[in-house]
Design a protein around this ligand. Structure first.
Ligand SMILES: Nc1ncnc2c1ncn2[C@@H]1O[C@H](COP(=O)(O)OP(=O)(O)OP(=O)(O)O)[C@@H](O)[C@H]1O
Ligand SMILES: [Mg+2]
Length: 235
């Protein structure tokens, strides 16, 4: 999954990961969560001929694709990008009890694609978990539903990326148990290094593979495209 995708990323892992995996990608606003995951997946499906679904709850497909282009990321025919903004609008017309359960909806979407594409459908991304939480009002059941969603994604043998905004300061909008439920956590942050603010990537957790725990610089090359460089020197 990581090999031959984002330049320099495979240096952080001893071996590549195998499906199924649920990977949380955290970071502050503008921390390149969307660009990183999109770039990683599009390169992966281009290399392998497999198929991916990228679901954006935060913005429209067109706007998402425009942003990806700004970072120099090429689109792939092997990836479907869906947004739920249409559903959100529909929701406002429905009575309270008829409102969409977005987790069920996501599970159905995944099931449908698995039926249509078979084993070629291997990667899923949800941008973002925070947006999903804010669309679901019965928070009491949310933990249970999230657990069931992760289970479904594992049953379909997918590598699933869950994006989650984490402010630089203050409390993240987490339920609290996401970290335990997922197989991996990749944090994209910003830090002061030798007087400048630099972007970094840090693998906080990845079950079944040994990996570096160091912060590595994350940059957008002049020719476009994201790359992972050497360790960041804090200070
Ligand atoms: N060509 C470029 N070179 C360097 N940085 C760029 C370039 N194009 C975009 N960026 C940076 O990428 C950021 C957007 O990245 P992205 O949308 O992936 O972040 P995000 O973590 O998903 O943000 P959000 O929390 O808003 O969803 C911009 O705020 C900008 O700082
Ligand atoms: Mg984003």
């Amino acid at each position: 999954m990581f090999k031959d995708t984002i330049r320099g990323l495979d240096k952080l892992f001893k071996d590549d990961i195998k499906a199924p995996k649920i990977i949380l990608v955290t970071g502050p606003p503008g921390g390149m969560k969307s660009s990183f995951v999109y770039a990683l997946i599009s390169k992966y499906v281009e290399n392998t001929g497999e198929f991916a679904l990228y679901t954006t709850l935060e913005e429209r497909v067109e706007s998402h694709l425009e942003n990806m282009e700004a970072v120099g990321i090429k689109l792939s025919m092997n990836m479907q990008v869906s947004d739920l903004t249409d559903l959100r609008e529909m929701d406002q017309l429905l009575a309270e009890e008829e409102q969409t359960n977005y987790i069920d909806f996501t599970e159905k979407m995944v099931a449908h694609l698995k039926k249509k594409m078979g084993d070629r459908f291997t990667v899923f991304a949800l941008d973002s978990l925070g947006a999903l939480y804010s669309l679901m009002d019965e928070t009491g059941n949310l933990r249970k539903k999230l657990y069931s969603l992760f289970q479904t994604l594992r049953d379909y043998n997918l590598v699933a990326f869950m994006l989650m905004e984490k402010p630089l300061y203050g409390q993240p909008p987490f339920l609290g148990n996401e970290g335990f439920l997922v197989d991996g956590i990749i944090n994209l942050g910003m830090e002061r290094s030798t007087g400048k603010i630099v972007r970094f990537l840090q693998v906080e957790k990845m079950r079944a593979v040994s990996h570096s725990m160091e912060k590595h610089a994350l940059v957008v090359g002049v020719d476009g495209g994201i790359a992972v460089l050497g360790p960041v020197l804090s200070g």
